[in-house]
Design a protein around this ligand. Structure first.
Ligand code: KG4
Ligand code: ZN
Length: 344
């Protein structure tokens, strides 16, 4: 079955064609960094305009690279949430219009679940369940127990900033641009992780929840003081030390809570998704501390937003319920996870 995936939840326009849920025939992703970098973050209105301009050319490129015609596609899968509502509408309406014009069925996919699917792609038959799902992206930070594909128990999430968002904001505080994760990681390589005594927040009575806004504010006070002084008082080495100390505090917090959750819930493997999984220090820390627990990371190119993960997960949704979504399906900016068992 050939599935066309469409992803427009935030600042990437991506289309992909995936066969039977795991063989990627093409992925084309148009990033919008040029649009948002001058504003040091994503501007929703500008994101929507760019999605409108590029969604059809990106779709055409994905078909060309896959050596396929639209009429050879069996299913359209679109990220229908969570995300920026205007941005979601562009992808969703593109999917609906294509479906209406061609009679190809379409399904709406949860973008956050798809981030976890990116790491499970091609491993479903051997994946040790239950697995501990760890989402570390620009918009989400969450821990869940994956009982089977499509059945999750949400066990922790951030109460303020997402971890990727904290990387992006700290990058700006350190005088670098958006998106900040890769730049913090690069700067941290020459820094001393122990130089600044920074810590991620703990949520009272909820040991598996996250809080990164206090960590970000601690960096702000170190860079700009409480009176907003200029960054220039920090030497290049101090900036690198601050980047390394921030990164270490944020990542150690994720690793510690992930392993605590594994222990408490009896998880048999760890599955990670989202842009922060690009970070090599995160990979190193988790591998060093996870013992013999198998760890699944997204393959290269599938950590940040992409439509291959949407097409892949869409395939499985359609296998479970082989009917097209209704044309009245709405964009869901706060879309809940599917079949989530809360507080079991
Ligand atoms: O998953 P993603 O593409 O978008 C959301 O769904 O939110 O993640 C983007 C996030 C950005 O915040 C970016 O700074 C972060 O992933 N990121 C990283 C790295 N590469 C990307 N964070 C830390 N280290 C990296 N190497
Ligand atoms: Zn994402």
């Amino acid at each position: 079955m050939l599935v066309l995936g469409i992803e427009t939840t935030c600042d990437e326009t991506s289309c992909a064609i995936v066969k039977d849920g795991s063989t990627i025939l093409s992925v084309v992703t148009a990033s919008q960094y040029d649009v948002h970098t001058p504003f040091q973050g994503v501007v929703p209105e500008l994101a929507c305009r760019r999605h409108v301009e590029v969604v059809i050319p990106v779709l055409q490129d994905a078909l060309t690279q896959g050596n396929l015609q639209l009429n050879e596609i069996d299913l359209i899968a679109v990220a229908s949430g969570p995300g920026l509502v205007g941005a979601l509408l562009i992808g969703l309406n593109a999917a609906k219009a294509l479906s209406l014009a061609t009679q190809i069925p379409f399904v709406g996919v949860n973008h956050v679940e798809a981030h976890l699917y990116a790491a499970m792609m091609g491993h479903l038959e051997t994946l040790e369940l239950p697995a501990l799902g760890v989402v570390v992206s620009g918009g989400h930070t969450a821990l869940c127990l994956i009982k089977e594909l499509g059945r999750y128990e949400l066990i922790g999430c951030t109460v303020d900033d997402a971890i990727g968002e904290a990387f992006d904001k700290v990058s700006v505080l350190l005088g670098m641009s958006y998106p900040g994760g890769p730049q913090i990681e690069a700067l941290a390589k020459s820094g001393d992780r122990q130089r600044y005594p920074l810590k991620a927040g703990q949520v009272k009575g909820r040991p598996l929840d996250f809080s990164f806004s206090g960590l970000k504010t601690a960096v702000l006070y170190t860079t700009h003081g409480q009176d907003g002084r200029s960054l220039a008082h920090l030497s290049p080495q101090e900036r690198a030390d601050l980047a390394a100390s921030f990164q270490e505090a944020a990542l150690q917090d994720v690793v510690r809570k992930t392993l605590l959750a594994c222990q408490q819930l009896g998880a048999r493997s760890i599955v990670l998704g989202g842009g922060v999984t690009c970070n090599q220090r995160l990979r190193e820390l988790l591998h060093d501390q996870a013992g013999t627990l198998p760890i699944y990371w997204p393959a290269a190119g599938l950590s940040t937003d992409n439509a291959a993960m949407i097409a892949g997960l869409g395939y499985h949704l359609f296998q479970a319920h082989p009917t097209s979504a209704s044309l009245s399906l709405e964009a869901s900016p706060l879309m809940p996870w599917s079949n989530t068992d809360q507080n079991e």
